[in-house]
Design a protein around this ligand. Sequence first.
Ligand code: GUN
Ligand code: FE
Length: 422
Amino acid sequence: MNQLIFILKGNIVFTPKPDQFVVYDNSYLISCNGIVTQISQTLPDEYKNYEVSDYENKLIIPGFVDLHTHASQFNQRGLGLDLQLLDWLNEYTFKEESRFHDPSYAISVYEAFAEEVIRQGTTRVVIFATIHKESCRLLIEILTRKGIGAYVGKVNMDCNCPESLQEDTDQSLKDTEELIRTWGDNPLVRPIITPRFAPTSSKKLLAGLGKLAEKYKLPVQSHLSENENEIAWVARLFPEQREYHRVYEHYQLFGQTPTLMAHCVHVTDKCVSGIRENGVIAVHCPDSNLNLASGIMPVRKLLDADVQVGLGTDIGAGHSLSMVQALVKAIQVSKVSNDPACGKPLTLAEAFYMATKGGGQFFGKVGSFEPGFACDALVVDPCIAPGAAFTSLEKLQQFVYTGSSENIISRYCNGKKIKISQ
Ligand code: GUN
Ligand code: FE
């Protein structure tokens, strides 16, 4: 078989472990068929005849991994953020999502969403769409055409929501299964089972989704313990389960297949143990937590308990699709938390790890440049002031805190260049 060799040259920076960056200045990142094979300071003889994409003085970093966002809420970014979760859902979000029964509306929003994801340097993203099967197909097509990696969830909800979004339970399960069966074979864009959250799910729906996840060996995503009123509501709806996370666990939606749970803000010790024992990944969405005044995820507590934590933008409760902003915000909120149990703040390396290799684990070997990892890379022009003699790590720090998507000059997913509209 023909081997596709791809070579990038520049100042390579990444986090193989959460506690530190590794830097290879002026080095070659070599990949074969989209997979990193090595980093080398000189070009090995066997590659002398291959073209090198030489980005002198630029940083080469892993593409970002956004583990939680709502493509269907792209148009409502910034709206209604004086409200808290349940009012925000009722007054803005459900109305906006109802519009996705119209495929032409879905196309325009999903195109703009995908374009912005790419512009911000995200190369892998886990998405909530809406209940609408046809709009979901359009999103899958758009992401496939653009060449980034994604899990796309057709949302399931069959109670406690407006009629326009309330599915018939059997139809919801039937639509989900049909979509899975007719998904297509792009290995980069895959399905994920997506009950919106416990309150908009009947027991029958949750049971059916658990069976689908098991039958098709599909991952699962949902929301967990985001807001105090939401948690009290779950306790009234599912008194037999005693705790929020047990609702998902009971219906085989909590780590029986790889699972993402967004928020995990108000978590009891039992919940933290449940998350860890089931290998569930907790997704920290700091912008969303702040905007909806939900509280702040106790990240250090989760990390200390050996829970895997990734980062998400959670558009439209979050207002930006920038994972760089998400990681800065994660560090900042970890510094102001007044809960002594939360412990020491996140370091830049820890937050960068969450935004790359930590979250990337959900996609397999993604988010690092160690051999065997997918070659998902960004080329960053740090635009340092003239005269500054910064190391590559200092340039990265400055980009993270002061840069923008304008500094990202090239993006690659699986060794293939991703185009953006100018
Ligand atoms: N919980 C249930 N649905 C949603 C949603 O759309 N956004 C957020 N942030 N939380 C939710
Ligand atoms: Fe969300």
